[in-house]
Design a protein around this ligand. Sequence first.
Ligand code: BTN
Length: 333
Amino acid sequence: MPTQKFSSTKIEVLRELIDSQGDTVSGGRLCRALGLSRQSVWKAVRSLQEDGYRIGSIPVKGYRFQGAPDNDLDPSWIEILLSDCPWGHPVLYWEKLDSTQIPAKDLARRGALEGVVILANCQTSGRGRLGRTWISPPEGGIYFSVIIRPSVKPDQIQTLSLVSAIAVQDAILSRCGVRCQLKWPNDILWKDSKVCGILSEVSSEPGMVHYAVTGIGINANMAVKPMGLEGSATSLASIVGRKIHRGEVVASVIRQFHQWVVRMETGSGVKEIISEYASRCDTIGKMVRVVLDEGEITGRACGIDERGNLLVDAGGEMRSFSAADITHLRTIS
Ligand code: BTN
């Protein structure tokens, strides 16, 4: 595995420096506040400087925070943005990965805590739903996976897909000021072009979900449609006409995702999420063509059932489809 960049000491030192709002903080004060040796503080500052943080070392006086790195995916910065959120600790960052899903599932299998995030600047074998490819060039996109240990029954797990889509929709609204559409189960669209795709992979046994790994790919600053994406695609930068700070979007999605998962896990949470999702889902009310292994069905999407399945009125016969049943879902009006 490539070397990871996370260090909790680094985050603590960085937080202290940022919190001092431009004042110089002595090495001694950092040591006392964080219970660290001078050597550890010095090493953390050096490592932050190597990551691109502008931290002044003033002889005798101490250290002063002067600015964040140019890398808008810097994992320490994302963790700082998530200081008050239980998820996103750590954010493990790689410049290049085959797929963020792979180390995420490996870590989940080995017992990693809920909320650990695997983030990459590019992927060489990004995966989409139904075995498709998710082309993941550097700089333009956002590619990350979150480990979740949801307290829901296996037959309710599809709700997690709906929750992730709601979270991304809310995060894009809060960071970019635009409300994207939700295409069941978890595509995020802007004027019928895809902005974000989500892949949730679950490990469960009868009666129990062990973990889920939810991978989120967002077209952030791509000017051109990456090859390999299904249908037409757009990016946040194209929608709002300015470059997007990817780390801020990642932090916002993680924050929203955590809040919605907590809601899903409370008493009648699953039911509430499904009704919330149904009220936001742009697929409902539209004519759809559902492509299954055994053929095609055309009808009007008319709701979401208690398992998160799509209900389709096919000429008077009500059919229910899980995301796993469907090869393609096309809206035709
Ligand atoms: C889809 O719409 O088909 C889902 C695409 C999911 C892409 C993301 S990018 C981060 C994570 N790693 C992957 O390999 N896939 C998901």
